[in-house]
Design a protein around this ligand. Sequence first.
Ligand code: ZN
Length: 87
Amino acid sequence: MSREHESLECTYVLERVYAFLDHELDEASGDEIRLHLISCEPCLERFDIEQAFKSLVARRCGGDVAPQQLREKIVSRLSQGRPQAQA
Ligand SMILES: [Zn+2]
């Protein structure tokens, strides 16, 4: 497992990622989040997962099928974070 060190800024950003995804932030705050994500790889990866999940759920609700590549990416990320990924 890789060690993560999150700065205060990272914590701030990650706490607001959901609001950002839901477009609940004002433009200035949204830019702040976006700028941090661009320059911070750990946060970008984290954000990428949240966004992928959101689009997966949205697509499933819409009756559409998520791209296979996206699903594999999410599954591999998840299994990396779980000690027991297989039943
Ligand atoms: Zn960060």
